[in-house]
Design a protein around this ligand. Structure first.
Ligand SMILES: *Cc1c(COP(=O)(O)O)cnc(C)c1O
Length: 363
């Protein structure tokens, strides 16, 4: 007993209050449930490809450190995503790690991190990890950018970096491109456009990388169908990529990921077919959700749909859905603008049907 108290006392002596006050990112138990909470692609690799993939893994030299800058993976990504010639690429263990590297590179000076709210929570969490001030600018009620408020906040705080998710998570919408360009032009430091949901929209600023000295574009393979591999990519001018790359731990992309990503990108048409199907199914799911009594559906360009439930019912609906075997994300209580909101990942047609039937029964 005494040692528990001693540990607690040492922790409060040595761990920064910002860390002690944090609640660790919580991943709910999903065993046996239809998993529609985390924007995963419901389709795996087809069986024929699975065998070929296993053969490639078979050759992977597990006793050796991975290639530190994964040249084969970078080359394949450059070709598959049409990264501009002039841009350099940095790889992360998921784009989460890239956000962390960007923050570590900029921390310690005067600079802050600025984003909009509600948006991806890691921007704010990572600011805390590295001890940078964070500023969140509220979105409009319909989740569009409040561009005047955003430009004002940029003038006032002069952030070292602005993070904007395009499309935005957890709202699903795209911000107006002309507004993003105004932000890039007005920002005194970096602007990172986080395109995690690029497979589900036609919009992208990737081809603008190199046209601005302060624009970086981030992508990930997670939402496309490879969340388990953990691979993110940051594209930008060489000068920035070199500096941010100094905070990368030498072997951050492991051997199995390097082999698997190279293999997957040789068969990218399989993933493109899957993401096209998800995009199509998103439209029919949105239409069907809009028919449900009391449900407001927000427009989505991602592989999830944000809905607002009848006042006061979201948490109970979330719990009852879980009891009926379906896990979605409850956003009620996470931010004032998300009161009564659930975020529903678009799954396979059968999963979407189960989701709709469950909601229909409960409403
Ligand atoms: C899911 C998500 C990420 C994280 O992607 P990983 O590559 O899996 O770390 C980054 N940004 C946004 C906006 C996301 O929704």
């Amino acid at each position: 007993m005494e040692t528990v108290e001693q540990v607690a006392s040492l922790v409060s002596q040595w761990v920064r209050p910002e860390i002690r006050e944090l609640v660790a990112y919580h991943v709910p138990e999903a065993h046996g449930l239809i998993k529609l909470d985390a924007m995963e692609n419901p389709y795996g690799l087809p069986e024929t490809l699975r065998q070929q993939w296993l053969e490639e893994l078979h050759q992977a030299p597990l006793n050796r450190y991975p290639q530190p800058d994964a040249p084969r993976v970078k080359q394949a990504l450059r070709a598959s995503f049409q990264v501009p010639e002039s841009a350099e690429i940095l790889l992360g263990n998921g784009s989460d790690e890239l956000i962390q590297m960007i923050a570590m590179t900029l921390a310690g000076g005067e600079g802050s991190i600025l984003s909009v709210e509600p948006s991806f929570v890691m921007y704010q969490m990572i600011a805390r990890f590295v001890g940078m001030p964070y500023h969140g600018v509220a979105l409009n009620e319909d989740f569009t950018l409040d561009i005047e408020a955003l430009l004002l906040a940029i003038r006032e705080h002069r952030p070292a970096v602005v993070f904007l998710a395009y499309p935005n998570n957890p709202t699903g919408n795209l911000f107006a491109e002309e507004d993003l360009l105004r932000v890039i032009e007005a920002a005194p430091g970096l602007v990172v456009v986080d395109e995690a949901y690029a497979p589900f929209t036609d919009a992208s600023l990737l081809d603008r990388v190199g046209s601005y000295p302060n624009l970086l574009v981030m992508r990930t393979l997670s939402k496309m169908g490879l969340a388990g591999l953990r691979l993110g990519l940051l594209a930008g001018p060489a000068g920035w990529i070199e500096e941010i790359g100094k905070t990368r731990l030498p072997y951050n992309i492991n051997v199995l990921t390097q082999v698997s990503v190279s293999f997957a990108l040789e068969h990218i048409e399989v993933f493109e077919q899957q993401t096209r199907a998800i995009r199509r199914d998103r439209e029919s799911l949105a239409k069907a959700l809009a028919q449900l009594p009391g449900i407001r559906v927000y427009p989505s360009e991602a592989n999830f749909i944000l809905v607002r439930c009848p006042a006061g019912s979201a948490s109970a609906l979330h719990g009852s859905m879980r009891e009926s075997g379906i896990l979605v994300k409850n956003l009620d209580g996470s931010h004032p603008a998300l009161v009564d909101c659930l975020r529903l990942t678009v799954g396979s047609p059968a999963e979407n049907k189960a989701l709709l039937e469950s909601l229909q029964k409960l409403l």
